[in-house]
Write a protein that binds this ligand. Structure first.
Ligand SMILES: [Zn+2]
Length: 255
């Protein structure tokens, strides 16, 4: 039976998401930005929380863990490199490890850059990836602890996932990301189409995610730093992709 998901907003622009295995009844929260909206989503779905899968240590991804753990006694899985900064961790994971949620199975992908221990969870059979603050729709996370070349390598790992992989990210930043992306590739038809689609989604108060790897490859400038036309667009024709990425990320920081 295929996995089911439930997406909802937490705090101001964080996404909470529940992943449910209908066969076993297991349910994971991916990160825990805030306990109350997660509890509300559990109530609405009738699902019982069994696991919390943490992508990185930032408070807006972990503040709800202790309250949820106290109430549901769920297992907390966290990146090994950041476990000391995350409350109530039961199990730590690294690159290549497998995490089970009932019968659902995820591969752990280390994606350092935003934070040094950041990980993503890829449920390959269900074509789902939970990428935290590494990849956003038409954007990527700020490079806070790592280096831009390291972030570029992390994004390449996610870009290598199958095109039909659905991507759940940690924030609703799509509108602002598109505004910036249009300064890099104003004539990219996939980007202008995504702009129109996102405007519609936002007007209808719908989330702009999940997105897919295939769509992001076509329109997200941060996944396109090795495209000759992108380098040319920003006056860096012939430069290495990591340098082009670094420049695009620096421009976004100033935007
Ligand atoms: Zn973060």
């Amino acid at each position: 039976m295929p996995a089911e998901t439930r997406l909802f907003l937490c705090r101001s622009d964080n996404y909470g998401v529940l992943l449910h295995d209908p066969q076993s009844g297991a349910t994971a929260a991916i990160d825990a930005p805030e306990a109350a909206p997660i509890e509300a989503a559990l109530k609405e779905t009738g699902w019982k929380l069994t696991d919390i899968l943490v992508t990185h240590h930032h408070a807006d991804h972990t503040d709800g863990i202790e309250a949820l753990k106290a109430k549901y006694n769920c297992r907390v899985v966290a990146p090994a490199a950041e476990a000391a900064k995350i409350p109530a961790v039961d199990e730590t994971v690294r690159e290549g490890d497998t995490v089970k949620v009932g019968n659902l199975s995820a591969n752990v992908i280390e994606t350092p850059g935003h934070t040094l221990g950041h990980i993503a969870y890829w449920f390959h059979a269900d074509k789902l990836a939970f990428v935290g603050d590494t990849l956003f729709s038409i954007g990527c996370g700020r490079v806070i602890e790592g280096t831009p070349p390291q972030m570029w390598q992390s994004l390449l790992k996610l870009r290598d996932l199958p095109d039909d992989t659905e991507i759940y990210c940690g924030h609703e930043y799509t509108a602002a990301n598109i505004k910036f992306a249009l300064t890099i590739e104003p004539d990219n038809p996939a980007l202008t189409a995504r702009d129109a689609q996102a405007r519609e989604q936002i007007a209808e108060k719908q989330p702009t995610i999940p997105t897919t790897i295939g769509d992001e490859k076509l329109a997200n400038p941060f996944l396109r730093a090795d495209r000759p036309e992108v380098a040319a667009d920003i006056g860096m024709a012939g430069k290495p992709a990591a340098e082009v990425f670094t420049e695009i990320r620096a421009r976004k920081n100033r935007f």
